[in-house]
Design a protein. Structure first.
Length: 345
């Protein structure tokens, strides 16, 4: 009797056990679109670029926020309102078209979707902190036998982004030796900071110092400020331009040193290609002597960055340094093609 009773009990409990095991797997956020389609997954965030949904069938899917009719989240998300209306951590429940219910605030009427600025904002988006990102790139080569050469190129970069400002510092150096003689020895340190007036306009300050023995440059100091425009800023593309006034001081090993006011400019461009499988970048900084318009200094950096695995990437870049009035017996243009590995954090 007892075995039979136990068997009948298991038969009765079995469906409930299956339901309890399946319930966690069935939990999922749901997005209802204006055309009636329903997408399930996990809501990662919402920005001005759209809603990002992590799915098991298509990876990360970006959805135009204007196409969202309503949505549901099984876990609390941080909702940041527009026009400084505050933020709230809550689960979202479907409601009338164009609205959602805030589960943790039942006294609040259904919230219109167009009042939501961000879901799960980053510290820089919410204004609660600064996001930091760093990169270290290293390239090198060594040959022995009929030729004896050594080359090391290193570059370190640190960026920080807050709600109303951003900064970038960089240190780059190159050392090349051929047959026991140095054929390249240069380094550059720079720092930029932008303060945003609104989403498109900003004022900036910048400084740099560079040294290059083979360009007869014992030191070039530059300090400047000006006005800039953020022309494009999306997840895939970023483009900004700026211009202002700089004070430049050049110290030469052999030629005459000089100091002068200059018109300065800068360009920053980044674009992800082929479904974020490669990143193209171009940066440009220049100075033009206001007292001698032929005296122009231009630095550009153009390249391609290919993610390899996790934080490791391969990088190929071309560096161009051009001087409108180079030192005596020096060429105006220096071009360097560099291939190396990068690590990001």
């Amino acid at each position: 009797m007892k075995p039979a009773f136990a068997y009948r009990s298991l038969r009765l409990l079995f469906p409930f056990l299956l339901l309890s095991l399946a319930a966690p797997a069935a939990l999922a956020d749901e997005v209802v679109l204006t055309n009636g389609d329903r997408l399930t997954g996990t809501v990662l965030n919402k920005t001005p670029e759209g809603l990002v949904l992590q799915t098991s069938y298509a990876g990360r899917v970006k959805i135009d926020w204007r196409m969202v009719e309503t949505l549901k989240t099984d876990q609390p998300v941080t909702v940041l309102m527009r026009r400084d209306e505050g933020s709230l951590e809550t689960r979202l429940e479907p409601s009338d078209p164009g609205t959602v219910k805030l589960t943790e605030a039942p006294e609040v009427p259904p919230l219109k979707l167009d009042r939501i600025a961000y879901l799960n904002p980053t510290p820089s988006q919410s204004g609660e902190g600064t996001e930091y990102k760093g990169r270290l790139n290293v390239a090198g080569s060594a040959n022995s036998g009929n030729s004896d050469t050594r080359q090391v190129i290193a570059e370190a970069q640190l960026e920080g982004v807050a709600k109303e400002s951003r900064f970038m510092t960089r240190l780059r150096g190159e050392q090349r030796n051929e047959g026991g003689n140095d054929t390249a020895n240069n380094w550059l340190a720079s720092g930029d900071k932008d303060w945003f007036i609104d989403k498109r306009r900003f004022v900036y300050g910048r400084t740099s110092f560079e040294r290059d023995h083979f360009r007869d440059l014992r030191g070039r100091y530059a300090l400047g400020a000006g006005y800039g425009l953020q022309l494009v800023e999306t997840d895939d593309t970023n483009l900004s331009v700026k211009g202002g006034l700089d004070y430049v001081r050049e110290l030469r090993y052999e030629d005459e040193s000089q100091a002068y006011p200059a018109f300065g400019w800068g360009i920053r461009y980044r674009h992800w290609l082929i479904g974020r499988s490669a990143e193209f970048f171009h940066e440009q900084d220049g100075y033009m002597n206001t007292e001698d318009t032929k005296d122009v200094t231009l630095r550009t950096r153009t390249g391609l960055r290919l993610p390899i695995v996790d934080r490791l990437s391969a990088q190929v870049q071309a560096l161009l340094d051009w001087e409108g009035k180079p030192a005596d017996d020096r060429k105006a243009t220096d071009i360097s093609l560099q291939v190396g590995l990068g690590y990001e954090w």
